[in-house]
Design a protein around this ligand. Structure first.
Ligand code: KIV
Ligand code: NA
Length: 267
C-alpha cells in the first residue's frame, strides 16, 4: 500500500536531502513525475503553459480545480499542492479559507500555495489553524507582475534584502510548511534559507535552497522560450514537431494507415 507524502513530512526535510519537485497539469505526465518527485505543484503557470495566457493574473478557480483533479487522479505517491489563483485569497482570511477549502474538497489535494510574504501571514495562520496546509511563495511573485513592473529578479540591490528576509520569516512564523523562493540572487537565497526552519524550494534561486522546482514543460524543452534559470533536460518540442511532420507526410502520401492499422471483417 503506497501512502502519499504529507505536508508535515516535507516540513521535516529542512536541511536534509534536497526536496525534488516539478509542476504538472495533466494526469499522464503527472504519473511519470510521481515516480520521482516528493511533491507536485499544480501551478497557476498552467494559464501560460497550457492556455496561452500572458500572465497568471487571468487564471480562474475552476481551471485550477480541473487540472488539480487530473493530477490527483494520475498520481499516488507525491504530495499534490495546488496554487490559489489571483483574486481567490488576497481579500481576507475568510475568502481565502472558502476558496482553499473548495480547492481541497474538489481536487483532494494535500495542500495549497499562495503568493506573498508578511502581507499574507494572517491568512496563512488562519488557514493552517483550520486544517489547510499552506506552502508560501516569496521573492518574485508572478501574480504581482503589474505592480512589480514585469517578471524581475529580486535582490540585485542589497537594500531590498531586509524586506525579503522579513517576508520569509513572517510566512514561516505564520505556519507555512514550506516556501517557494523564486527569482532571487544567490546570496539572498542563502540568507533566506538560513532565516527560517521550514524548507525553501528554489526556482531561479540557486542551489542554496532546501529543494528545487521547475515548470515541467520548461525543463522538457516544450515551451518556446525559457528563462536563464531553467535547464532543459529534454527536447520535447523538437520530438513533437518531428512526429507531427512524419504523420502529415504519411497521410498525404497514403502510407498511413498501413495494413496493420486497418480493421478486417470476420473471414
Ligand atoms: O505556477 C507555478 O508554476 C509556480 C512555480 C514555478 C513555483 O508557482
Ligand atoms: Na504559481
Amino acid at each position: 500500500q503506497i501512502r502519499r507524502t504529507t505536508a508535515p513530512e516535507i516540513a521535516r526535510r529542512k536541511g536534509g536531502e534536497p526536496i525534488v519537485s516539478l509542476t504538472s497539469y495533466h494526469a499522464h505526465t503527472a504519473a511519470i513525475v510521481d515516480r520521482y518527485a516528493d511533491f507536485i505543484l499544480v501551478g497557476d503557470s498552467l494559464g501560460m503553459v497550457m492556455h496561452g495566457m500572458e500572465s497568471t493574473v487571468g487564471v480562474p478557480m475552476d481551471l485550477m480545480i480541473m487540472h488539480g483533479r487530473a493530477v490527483v487522479r494520475g498520481t499516488k505517491r507525491a504530495l499534490i499542492v495546488v496554487d490559489m489563483p489571483f483574486g481567490s485569497y488576497e481579500e481576507s482570511p475568510n475568502v481565502a479559507f472558502r476558496n482553499a477549502a473548495e480547492i481541497m474538497k474538489e481536487t483532494q489535494c494535500g495542500a495549497v500555495k499562495l503568493e506573498g510574504g508578511a502581507r499574507m501571514s494572517e491568512t496563512i495562520h488562519f488557514l493552517t489553524q483550520r486544517g489547510i496546509p499552506v506552502m508560501a511563495h516569496v521573492g518574485l511573485t508572478p501574480q504581482s507582475t503589474h505592480t512589480l513592473g514585469g517578471f524581475k529578479t529580486q535582490g540585485r540591490d542589497e537594500d531590498s534584502w531586509p524586506a525579503h528576509i522579513h517576508d520569509i520569516k513572517a510566512v514561516a512564523e505564520a505556519g507555512a510548511f514550506a516556501v517557494v523562493v523564486e527569482g532571487v540572487v544567490e546570496p539572498l537565497a542563502v540568507e533566506m534559507t538560513k532565516a527560517v526552519d521550514i524548507p525553501t524550494i528554489g526556482i531561479g534561486a540557486s542551489p542554496a535552497c532546501d529543494g528545487q522546482i521547475l515548470v515541467l514543460e520548461d525543463m522538457l524543452g516544450l515551451t518556446p522560450w525559457v528563462p536563464k534559470f531553467v535547464k532543459q533536460y529534454g527536447a520535447l518540442g523538437e520530438a513533437i514537431e518531428a512526429a507531427v511532420k512524419d504523420y502529415a507526410a504519411e497521410v498525404r502520401e497514403r502510407s498511413f494507415p498501413g495494413p496493420e492499422h486497418v480493421y478486417k471483417p470476420k473471414t
